[in-house]
Design a protein around this ligand. Structure first.
Ligand SMILES: C[S@@+](CC[C@H](N)C(=O)[O-])C[C@H]1O[C@@H](n2cnc3c(N)ncnc32)[C@H](O)[C@@H]1O
Length: 229
């Protein structure tokens, strides 16, 4: 068996490495930092993506040429800012947030960042809002970022399939949950939601996917990366 030569990493080191990578490759400007400050001031949970993850979303948009993006779970708009900034000329981001207080802070963060002209922020539970979005859009989404209540991930996958086209990329965040995702007997509703979601992905011949676990300032987690065939 190959023994890893880095067995003693700890979470402080995960954060140090994340900080090093993001300062070098994904530096936050004042508007991103201010968005996080405003979220904290409003007492919102620090469940935003990290700077490196925000940059990863931006890179996916640039690499795929996505111009129509759907985000489920806005929180204070931190990931929204990364994504909206990465859009090409004429691109649009539709984002959904159930919590009115989160949505109000997000609106102000997105406006301050000068991005509200390319962002459609829908306030409401995603499963209520998605049928309206389906009626409103004339072209399918190129990239869909699922980052809301995990028990609904299977429903969000069904909606993503309705709102996508061959080639659409679907990214689902927080699929590792500190390793709990590997436990088939977990009674945690979030773990069960993620497991049901991944099993639907695996069984669907229209989808091709992988999942990557990550460590960093947000702890031990990871994301699923899916392509509609
Ligand atoms: C992990 S946070 C999103 C983080 C954000 N994408 C970022 O990286 O900055 C999840 C958000 O989903 C919202 N949410 C939870 N249930 C929801 C639902 N049913 N519909 C829409 N949003 C929901 C929560 O209120 C929370 O703000």
């Amino acid at each position: 068996m190959r023994v890893p030569d880095y067995p003693s990493v700890d979470s402080k080191k995960w954060s140090d490495v994340d900080g090093y990578f993001s300062r070098l490759l994904a530096p936050e400007d004042d508007l991103l930092k201010l968005a996080l400050d405003e979220n904290a001031k409003a007492g919102m949970p620090a469940h935003d993506v990290s700077a490196s993850q925000g940059k990863m979303l931006a890179l996916f948009i640039a690499m795929t040429g996505a111009s129509r993006v759907l985000e489920i779970g806005t929180l204070g708009g931190y990931s929204t800012i990364w994504v909206a900034r990465a859009l090409p000329e004429g691109g649009r981001l539709t984002t959904i947030e159930a919590n009115e207080r989160h949505a109000a802070v997000a609106r102000s963060n997105i406006e301050r960042a000068g991005l509200f002209d390319r962002v459609d922020l829908h306030v409401g539970a995603a499963l209520d809002v998605l049928p309206n979005i389906e009626r409103e859009i004339d072209t399918p989404f190129d990239l869909i970022f699922i980052d809301a209540d995990k028990p609904n991930n299977p429903n969000y996958l069904e909606w993503s399939l309705k709102l996508s086209r061959p080639g659409t990329v679907i990214i689902a965040d927080n699929v590792v949950r500190g390793g709990a995702v590997a436990d088939p007997d977990s009674e945690d509703a979030n773990v069960r939601g993620v497991r049901a979601f991944l099993s639907m992905v695996a069984k669907n011949p229209r989808l091709d996917a992988t999942a990557i676990q990550t460590v960093g300032e947000k702890g031990w987690d990871g994301f699923a990366l899916i392509r509609v065939k």
